[in-house]
Design a protein around this ligand. Structure first.
Ligand code: TRP
Length: 449
């Protein structure tokens, strides 16, 4: 096997910052602003947040390094990168299935992700002149019964995602993502500033950061682990696919840390903006998927220039969701383009159609199909969410960790990493080989039984 660096047929990011922005664009999305606060609220606040942070640091970051590394060394779609690296390591070609499974998991996630993203798009058109926080609770509930709107916004969102992936992610993303992401960050900080004025800021922050250990159980730990994978876009090859377009000079370790840091900051800031509003208005912390759609509109009603900030916020949230959705579709599309010589736009439309069809069931989960349960007593939307985030992603994570930690030849791994510091390498290998896979297995055993 020659060790000439391979190049990707899909192109390369133009610079060091572009990869970080693209990966952060994938990582920062609904997971941070919509899902993190409501998961924390449903799972008891501080205890969940603590476990989530530990999972990010001890499992997420080491696995993110491993994913970028596989992608950059393989220089192709996750399925083909895995195939290439398995060959390089003289081991079973079946490792390729990890990439194929990832592409499938991506479609499952995209199907319900697009529905929630559609909600964000719909809220761009809100007037932010409601009369109480409860008003927004009721208006979200009735929105969930409005099938026509739900399907319309879901379709618009998938269509836009497909259009960008069809053009190629590099061309599609580079142009605008680096300008818009920072603005979203600023608005979230503004929302936190508003939260300090609600009179319940400390109550909200205390709720997020004071762990009540009596609340912890197996299923909360599993939920926190799943959220750590989801928010960092790990476990299905999204970061791997982007790694394939990363310039070969870039340092993988520090890049992964920057991405994880950016992503975690946005989630925590979103939580610090939302919970004070919850407490100041006597809302329920455990209001589920509607949480942001109830709290933030009410904040916009009350804040100066609220109409402007409200619209801007939901526009940027939709765009953040878009830059995440793109990375859910890309692994499958890149694979079809490489392996079956499919035209990029054909692959994007075909796979997009699958996600769209599945998404219809998710869109109707809170209304027409609310009695239909799939996994346990979860409706279709929650079942897709549970299956992908709490099962498929951590499972993918185990295999990624095993592959880079145990199967790849150590000198190849080191060659790709280019880290000189012995201690950092030792610590990273230790986490990848032992801590990550064993902890995930233990959490599975605890959380699923
Ligand atoms: N991380 C994104 C978010 O927080 C969602 C996402 C994009 C994702 N790509 C992914 C989740 C790949 C899991 C795997 O909104």
């Amino acid at each position: 096997m020659n060790s000439e660096p391979r190049t990707s047929v899909h192109g390369t990011w133009s610079g060091r910052w572009t990869f970080i922005l693209a990966a952060a664009g994938s990582a920062v999305g609904l997971g941070n602003i919509w899902k993190f606060p409501y998961m924390a609220g449903e799972n008891g606040g501080g205890a969940f947040v603590l476990i989530y942070l530990i999972c990010i640091l001890l499992i997420g970051v080491p696995i993110m390094v491993a994913e970028i590394l596989i992608g950059r060394r393989g220089r192709s779609s996750p399925a083909n990168s895995m195939e290439y690296l398995a060959k390089e390591a003289n081991t079973f070609p079946a490792w390729k299935l990890l990439g194929v499974m990832g592409a499938v998991a991506g479609l499952l996630i995209l199907s319900f992700y697009s529905v929630a993203a559609g909600w964000a798009v719909a809220y761009i058109f809100e007037g932010f002149n409601g009369t109480s926080a409860n008003y927004y609770g009721e208006s979200f509930d009735s929105f969930l019964q409005d099938e026509t709107s739900l399907l319309f916004f879901h379709s618009i969102f998938i269509l836009t995602t497909v259009a960008i992936v069809a053009r190629g992610v590099i061309k599609g993303l580079e142009v605008w993502i680096n300008r818009l992401m920072p603005i979203l960050f600023i608005i979230v900080i503004l929302l936190c500033l508003y939260a300090t004025q609600t009179g319940a800021f400390f109550e909200g922050v205390a709720y997020l950061f004071t762990p009540d250990f009596s609340k912890i159980n197996g299923s909360i730990i599993l939920a926190a682990l799943g959220q750590a994978f989801f928010t960092l876009s790990l476990g299905m090859g999204a970061i791997m696919a982007y790694g394939a377009y990363m310039p070969s000079k870039q340092n993988i370790g520090s890049t992964a840390i920057s991405v994880a840091f950016l992503d975690t900051s946005v989630a925590l800031l979103a939580g610090m903006a939302i919970f004070p509003i919850v407490f100041a208005n006597d809302l329920q912390t455990a209001s589920g998927p509607g949480l942001v759609f109830v709290t933030l509109p009410w904040a916009f009603v009350n804040m100066p220039l609220g109409l402007l900030f409200g619209k801007l916020f939901f526009i940027l949230l939709s765009i953040a969701a878009l830059s995440s959705a793109i990375s859910l579709l890309e692994p499958g599309v890149a694979w079809f383009v490489e392996s079956f010589k499919t035209k990029r736009y054909v692959a994007a439309i075909g796979l997009g159609l699958i996600a769209w069809t599945l998404g219809i069931f998710s869109a109707l989960s809170f209304g027409l199909l609310s009695d239909f349960t799939l996994v346990g007593d979860r409706n279709f939307f929650d079942s897709m969410d549970f299956l992908s985030n709490q099962i498929l992603l951590p499972l993918g994570g185990i295999f990624i960790a095993i592959f880079v930690g145990w199967v790849m030849k150590k000198e190849k791994v080191l060659e790709e990493l280019e880290i000189k510091n012995e201690l950092i390498i030792k610590v990273w290998f230790f986490f990848l080989k032992y801590i990550a896979p064993l902890t995930i297995v233990m959490i599975f055993v605890e959380g699923l039984t």
